[in-house]
Design a protein around this ligand. Structure first.
Ligand code: ADP
Length: 257
């Protein structure tokens, strides 16, 4: 069996007095769609920032492919942590050419990347005419330049309309089918059911549980989520195998069915 794509060992992060992550450990298996799930403020962005070398952990370590972070390792990891600044008056293809220049990648892969995100037919349309889902697909196309083995996305469906959400989820599954490992932060519980094969659930900087979705969600009795984060209550009830703990205006309500 191949070593995990990412191993996180006892990561702790303080911002001054605020402890954003508390001794977190988990493994991301090769070929998984690994969701880092938790309500706002649970530490997801901090976690992604650390593994992308944007933030320094207070203590602990992480390895990609069993190796410490280096330029060689970084080349294998494509990231989408915030929406890139595309030019609205240029075509999708021109924007991708500029992204390739900035990243020091060749232009020859642009047609195949556009096909993979299903934008080839619309490559000459102005970015301003793209739907929200198409804009996000172009952002993912830019991550695919250089053909990295691992993709790291922060809330990839955030701010999208239902059509855009469906497009991005389907693209993520397609990329996983092509052998990519995808690590993504999400505050949406139904993202787990629709997309993720594995999950690490964070709450206030603590790891509640991690592992394969089937194991985690069967073994875990109670996962606390904020009610406003639940997009499909039925999904949540189904996922959590009969237990749901909801926080409403600071009151904790537990449902058991
Ligand atoms: P999430 O991505 O799950 O919303 P974050 O990683 O952004 O969580 O935040 C985790 C905790 O760390 C929160 O309590 C947040 O207020 C705090 N935090 C995040 N960034 C900073 C920062 N730059 N300075 C101080 N506190 C921060």
């Amino acid at each position: 069996m191949n070593p995990p794509v990412l191993t996180v060992n006892n990561l702790t992060k303080y911002y001054g007095q605020i402890r954003a992550l508390n001794n977190i450990s988990f493994n991301v298996p090769e070929g998984s769609v690994f969701g880092i799930l938790g309500p706002n403020g649970s530490g997801k962005t901090t976690m992604l920032g650390i593994i992308m070398d944007i933030l320094r952990a207070t203590s602990g370590s992480f390895l990609f492919f069993g190796q410490a972070s280096s330029a060689t390792v970084r080349k294998q990891v494509g990231t989408l942590l915030e929406t890139p600044n595309f030019y609205h008056y240029l075509s999708g293809e021109k924007n991708l050419r500029i992204a390739a220049e900035i990243k020091g990648k060749g232009h020859e892969q642009i047609p195949s990347v556009l096909r993979r995100v299903n934008l080839y037919e619309r490559r000459q349309s102005k970015f301003s005419t793209y739907s929200l889902g198409m804009k996000q697909r172009l952002a993912i196309a830019s991550c695919l330049l250089g053909d990295p083995k691992v993709l790291v996305f922060d809330e990839p469906t955030n701010g999208l309309d239902p059509v855009g959400i469906a497009e991005i989820r389907s693209l993520i599954k397609q990329l996983a089918g092509e052998g990519k490992t995808i690590i993504m932060a999400s505050h949406l519980l139904d993202e787990v059911e629709k997309v993720c094969t594995h999950v690490a659930i964070l709450k206030q900087g603590n790891l509640i549980t991690s592992g394969h979705v089937d194991e985690v969600l069967v073994n875990e009795d109670i996962v606390e989520v904020s009610a406003k984060d639940i997009t499909g209550l039925e999904n949540a009830l189904h996922l959590l195998n009969g237990y749901l703990s909801i926080k409403v205006d600071d009151r904790q309500i537990q449902l058991h069915y």
